[in-house]
Design a protein around this ligand. Structure first.
Ligand code: FAD
Length: 427
């Protein structure tokens, strides 16, 4: 998605990629789906199924309100590469082994599918290797978790759906999918003393799965198929300043707790944000620091918000007050609220980096406690300019019409922006 965006702005892009080493399924949220639509990732979208129910069994209660789409990651990843190729990206198939900086550029050492060692040079490197990234530089790591996945063959056909359920040492994600199969992933603490040796993992997982009363009915006559897979599922944030022409995106930049079901959305939104950042660094190097700041602040704000939302959700499961798994996640990262109220602090006007027409530049924005990075526009109307305009001429039908002309937006947009200002006591 990032490479498609950069191609649209006329940059030369090469992807070096190897296929995922395991076959897995994930749930795609509506926001992530809309992000892919916005980026016109047609081939990837064509692999995504219809919405299914997402059931949450949490703290002994059952919630059914949510929905998500099941994504078969190998097909989806192939779709993304087709979209990139169609956008004119050069795709090299192989495994990246090392990325090193020289005075002029970056050198990527990689092994192609025939086993040959190759070297590719680039002015800018974007690490999108997900959780397999080398984690260069500064990282903030949250609770260390592992996911153990196992496919099961069901005794009878079931409608596709996903659900989560909890147990003393973690939680489970259950996705019933095609061909009467289900994928069950258990999320456990990665602390070594809490996990059995690898050869006993599968037995331990089967014991846990059979203990989950929520799935007794569905798993009657079911049996495990294939090998168990283990994936790192820890939370981590890259805290580098990106000053060396080396950037990271997606899980290679910030990995959130899979409990959120939002990792794909965060990766989509990070990729869309990085397009104007790279464009600015290449074409307006004088604004490079502003662009890097924009990206870093976005990652940090999103990461800590998601971490605190996750903490609050873990706190709603109260049945295992002495379990190390639950205690650790109910306490991390801190006690700060996940969402600030818009009126916690008085709003202020400040210069902050914003994205405008494919570039990052500084604009006057309104900073509020619920929008610490500031809000520049609402419905396309620039808030600070609008606020100054109505300060001078007042709010009347005539002035709204003048604002429509002045800011080249619809009357609806002006009304929406005015309501936003009014709600914060700024009109
Ligand atoms: C167990 C688990 C379950 C999850 N479930 C969900 C979910 O239900 N919904 C959701 O929204 N999110 C979920 N997530 C999060 C989601 O998987 C990630 O946020 C998302 O895949 C990140 O995308 P990415 O492109 O950054 O990384 P990835 O999707 O991991 O892609 C990285 C790519 O880089 C390739 N690669 C890796 N190393 C190399 C190398 N050395 N050389 C070349 N290529 C390489 C890989 O093969 C892969 O194709 C889950 C995460 C985990 C760990």
């Amino acid at each position: 998605m990032l490479s498609c965006g950069l191609r649209q702005l006329g940059h030369e892009v090469v992807i070096i990629s190897r296929p995922r080493q395991f076959d897995t399924i994930e749930g795609l949220s509506e926001r992530a789906y809309n992000g892919l639509k916005f980026a016109k990732c047609e081939s990837a979208l064509a692999t995504v199924g219809r919405e299914v129910r997402r059931i949450a069994n949490w703290n002994g209660e059952r919630f059914e309100g949510n929905r998500e789409r099941i994504v078969y990651r190998n097909r989806f990843d192939r779709g993304l590469l087709i979209d990139a190729r169609n956008a004119g990206v050069d795709i090299l198939s192989g495994q990246v082994l090392r990325i090193s900086n020289t005075a002029e550029c970056h050198e990527i050492r990689w092994r192609n599918d025939r086993g040959d060692i190759c070297h590719t040079r680039a002015d800018i490197v974007i690490d999108a290797r997900g959780r397999a990234t080398g984690r260069r530089g500064q990282w903030r790591i949250g609770p260390r978790s592992i996911s153990i996945g196992q496919y099961w063959m069901l005794g009878r056909k079931q409608l596709p759906s996903t659900s989560i359920a909890t147990f003393e040492d973690g939680w489970a994600w259950f996705a019933s999918c095609e061909n009467s199969r289900v994928l069950i992933q258990l999320f456990l603490s990665l602390e070594r003393d809490r996990l059995p040796p690898r050869r006993e993992l599968s037995n331990m997982c089967n014991r846990i799965i059979h203990s989950l009363s929520e799935y007794h009915d569905q798993l009657r006559d079911a049996h495990p198929i294939g090998e168990t897979t283990a994936r790192d599922a820890s939370t981590a944030l890259c805290e580098n300043t990106f000053t060396t022409g080396w950037y990271c995106v997606g899980d290679a930049a910030m990995s959130i707790d899979p409990l959120a079901g939002h990792g794909l959305y965060e990766s989509v939104s990070g990729a869309l944000a990085l397009v104007p950042v790279i464009n600015t660094i290449v074409r307006r190097p004088g604004d490079g620091d502003v662009a890097r700041r924009f990206y870093k602040e976005k990652l940090e704000t999103d990461f800590w918000r998601m971490a605190r939302v996750g903490r609050d959700f873990y706190r709603q499961e109260t049945r295992w007050p002495s379990s190390a798994f639950w205690i650790e996640r109910q306490q991390w990262p801190d006690e700060r609220p996940a969402h600030s109220s818009p009126t916690d602090h008085a709003p202020k006007v400040a210069d902050r980096p914003v994205s405008e027409n494919g570039f990052i530049c500084e604009r006057k924005v309104i900073v509020t406690s619920d929008h610490p990075r500031g809000v520049w526009q609402v419905a396309g109307a620039p808030l600070v300019d609008l606020m100054e305009f109505i300060h001078d001429v007042g709010v009347s039908d005539e002035c709204i019409q003048k604002a429509v002309g002045k800011f080249s937006v619809s009357e609806n947009s002006i009304q929406t922006a005015l309501s936003w200002l009014r709600a914060r006591g700024l009109q």
